[in-house]
Design a protein around this ligand. Structure first.
Ligand code: DGL
Length: 264
């Protein structure tokens, strides 16, 4: 086993297809404020959600490989599409590094509410069926799963008029939660719309996402950093560092000062 990559003081690597995974990084930081994080957003190849499983797997292996070269002590696959499609491949390729996905924690969060579940996710995540299987294993019934690709673009367009946002969200919710008790947000980008979604649901279903449960699972399973001071984050993107900095702040919930442009 490579002890260098697993040293407790090494950073935790997080990757996503773009900046949406910063919602997961935000939850990770809240759960583990002393940890250092290295985040890689593959903005050059976003979206993953409309790509074939083979392509997403290839991209995910390259992104994870880039993090491993930086000596991370664990990898968090923040992207739901990559988690749903490529987690076993990443685990097999990097057996010495603990790998965490968001699908199992997301299913656990939904299952904790009991009842039936409806899913909003990307095309690839819905098609792959990983959430459906994870819920079934927990004895939970999924009543509907719907791809909501426009919400990805919308989340990256904060200037979109309120009525346009409301119309798109309303269209995706239409008919989705009639018979579901829980709405599971199976995409990194969707948590930015929680308030609008909840307003439109008006109490008909509980909204959950995987960020908090993923963070709790990672926190419970890594060797913690020994230092008392607050950890640092390094943000990397494969394209559009300026846009990442500007729009990513919406997902991270704090200003972003520096984004490094990298190749994978
Ligand atoms: N990060 C992706 C996910 O959570 C959404 C954006 C994309 O399609 O790449 O599925």
């Amino acid at each position: 086993m490579d002890t260098r990559t697993l040293a407790a003081d090494q950073p935790i690597g997080v990757f996503d297809s773009g900046m949406g995974g910063l919602t997961v990084l935000r939850a990770l930081r809240a759960a583990m404020p002393r940890e250092d994080f290295v985040y890689l957003g593959d903005t050059a190849r976003l979206p993953y959600g409309t790509k074939t499983a083979a392509t997403v797997q290839r991209y995910a292996l390259q992104a994870a490989g880039r993090l491993v070269t930086l000596g991370v002590k664990a990898i968090v696959v923040a992207c739901n599409t990559a988690s749903a499609t490529a987690l076993p491949a990443v685990e097999a390729q990097f057996p010495d590094v603990p790998v965490f996905g968001v699908v199992e924690p997301g299913a656990a969060a939904a299952a904790a509410h009991g009842g039936t579940v409806a899913l909003l996710a990307t095309e690839g995540t819905v098609r792959g069926g990983a959430y459906q299987r994870a819920l079934m294993r927990r004895g939970v019934r999924m009543v509907r799963a719907r791809a909501a690709p426009l919400l990805v673009a919308l989340a990256e367009e904060p200037s979109a008029a309120q009525h346009i946002q409301a119309a798109i969200i309303g269209d995706y919710l239409h008919g989705l939660v009639q018979s579901a008790d829980t709405l599971l947000l199976g995409c990194t980008h969707f948590p930015v719309f929680v308030q609008q979604i909840e307003a439109q649901l008006a109490g008909r279903a509980v909204v959950v996402d995987s960020a908090t449960t993923t963070a709790a699972e990672v926190a419970a399973n890594i060797a913690p950093r020994a230092h008392e001071d607050r950890g640092e984050i390094v943000l990397m993107a494969t394209d559009g560092a300026d846009r990442f900095r500007r729009i990513g702040a919406r997902f991270l919930g704090e200003p972003i000062h520096r984004v490094e442009l990298v190749d994978v």
